[in-house]
Design a protein around this ligand. Structure first.
Ligand code: ADP
Ligand code: MG
Length: 228
């Protein structure tokens, strides 16, 4: 489902952010990508989202080869991913309902679909009764659940989360990871970038570790193993 084939990313500044990275993530997997700050995790996410292009190697997601993408393929590729960020990135002047609905309006869903699907997805993340609230009326954990609802409302094949618990306390972090685990059990492939050792140790999933842009380990079921 996700293949990186000898991918390197050298920024124009000369920084080699990823250095010959190769891995395969199968459909339905749950994978942590870990490594200290500056190890290349966010660069990897940006490459998967086709926001930047690798300087070497190629990426294939669901049969779409990035080096061969046509302009018209790009929206289709983008819709394969639901993305969750550390800082939630909600629209402050819109309600919970409107934040989730916005993701559907962007892909031109009908109002009928929006009225059906937004409440369903808010129920899934446990926020059905908060739909009229604005982001600032919610806790950090609740805001991240809205962001997850927005990420999944168009049913992406893959959830990409970049440090999703970075701004949350341990209890909320655990809840968010359990929610991602539930979504994974329903069939969505989940890729979580993090340096939250407690979470990774507790979940016992596949862990790919980056160090200075290189993969230094890839274990099928394991903990964080802090070595740097
Ligand atoms: P992480 O998310 O693991 O902290 P990043 O992927 O953000 O790591 O960064 C990897 C390396 O690439 C770091 O040395 C960082 O300074 C550098 N880097 C990231 N983005 C850019 C950019 N836009 N231009 C130049 N260097 C960058
Ligand atoms: Mg980062």
């Amino acid at each position: 489902m996700i293949v990186l084939d000898h991918v390197s990313m050298k920024y124009p500044t000369g920084t080699l952010a990823l250095d010959d990275v190769t891995f395969h993530i199968g459909k339905g997997e749950f994978v942590f990508i870990v490594g200290s700050s500056g190890s290349g995790k966010t660069t990897l996410i940006k490459l998967l989202l086709n926001e930047i292009k690798p300087t070497k190697g190629d990426i294939v997601v669901s049969g779409m080869t990035y080096s061969k993408l046509k302009r018209r393929d790009i929206p289709k590729l983008r819709r394969k991913f639901g993305v969750v960020f550390q800082n939630f990135r909600l629209l402050k002047d819109r309600t919970v309902f409107e934040n989730v609905a916005f993701a559907q309006q962007v892909v031109e869903k009908s109002n009928k679909e929006i009225r059906r699907e937004v409440p369903a997805v808010l129920t899934m993340v446990g926020l059905a009764s908060e739909y009229k609230k604005y982001p600032k009326q919610l806790s950090g954990g609740e805001q991240q659940r809205v962001a997850i609802a927005r990420a999944i409302v168009n049913r992406p094949d893959i959830i990409l989360a970049d440090e999703p618990t970075g701004n949350l306390d341990p209890a909320n972090s655990t809840e968010i990871m359990e929610l991602l685990d539930d979504l994974n059990k329903k069939g969505t492939t989940v890729v979580v970038v993090t340096h939250n050792k407690e979470i990774v140790d507790a979940m016992q999933k596949r862990v790919i570790r980056l160090k200075k842009g290189k993969i230094v380990s890839d274990v099928v079921k394991g903990g964080y193993k802090d070595e740097d």
